[in-house]
Design a protein around this ligand. Structure first.
Ligand SMILES: [Zn+2]
Ligand SMILES: [Zn+2]
Ligand SMILES: [Zn+2]
Ligand SMILES: [Zn+2]
Length: 224
């Protein structure tokens, strides 16, 4: 087992149960990765630790917050930093470092909040591929199945309605509603055969979150 861990296969051990040795070894590897500025690797190890369901060491949220800061995931960084401060308060070993990180986060978090190009986590919006940013889509009218007309419900599509007169004799009348045609112009598409509805892919916003961290610059300012 130990050998297996040293080989770097972290993924499949989550189900084995609490194992402090394992948590320790992950923490050491993650902090070592941070020390050599390999924050991607540290991120991967921290995520394995979280996924494992093992109890998290008290200092873990602090280190993870620092890692996320370095990776530009400021919103997430702030979440873990707050978690750390909440759990360890003033007494944590990294209280001072946590305060410094909080300061460093202020600027980037403010930039995210004031940027219209990214979501509140700082991920760049992209144009919705379904509606092409139009927020709504035009499709065939589903009410009339793109026929433009629907059957008249008053006369059941016959164009005639029947009434019994005082002699109990059935009389036929032209249906007023459809003028005897038995059909009505589709009330949904008004015979345009098209129906416009809010785009379901983007919920009518015209945009989708991407996995690209935003630099808060408009497209024109990008060099590529
Ligand atoms: Zn859309
Ligand atoms: Zn009718
Ligand atoms: Zn229609
Ligand atoms: Zn932005």
């Amino acid at each position: 087992m130990t050998l297996f861990l040293l080989a770097g296969s972290f993924n499949s051990f989550g189900q084995i149960g609490p194992n402090l040795g394992q948590t320790d070894s992950w923490m050491k590897s993650a902090v070592a990765a941070m020390e050599r500025n390999d924050y991607q690797a540290a991120n991967g190890i921290f995520r394995n630790l979280i996924d494992s369901g093992l109890p998290l060491p008290e200092e873990m949220p602090y280190y993870f917050a620092e890692t996320l800061f370095q990776l530009g995931q400021y919103d997430n960084s702030a979440n873990f930093l707050n978690k750390y401060l909440e759990l360890s308060g003033f007494t944590g070993d990294h209280y001072k470092g946590a305060q410094e990180l909080q300061k460093k986060l202020e600027g980037p978090l403010h930039d995210i909040q004031s940027c219209q190009l990214c979501d509140r986590k700082g991920y760049r919006y992209k144009v919705c591929f379904t509606c092409d940013g139009n927020k709504q889509i035009e499709q065939e009218c589903s009410y009339c199945k793109a026929k433009g007309v629907v059957g008249c419900s008053r006369c059941g599509g016959t164009g005639m309605i029947t009434k019994k007169n005082i002699f109990n004799i059935v009389e036929y009348f032209e249906c007023e509603r459809c003028s005897g045609k038995g059909r009505l112009t589709c009330p949904v598409c008004n015979a345009s055969l098209k129906e416009v509805s809010a785009c379901r892919t983007c919920g009518g916003s015209g945009r989708l979150a991407s996995e690209v961290l935003c630099d808060h610059k408009a497209e024109e300012e990008h060099t590529h």
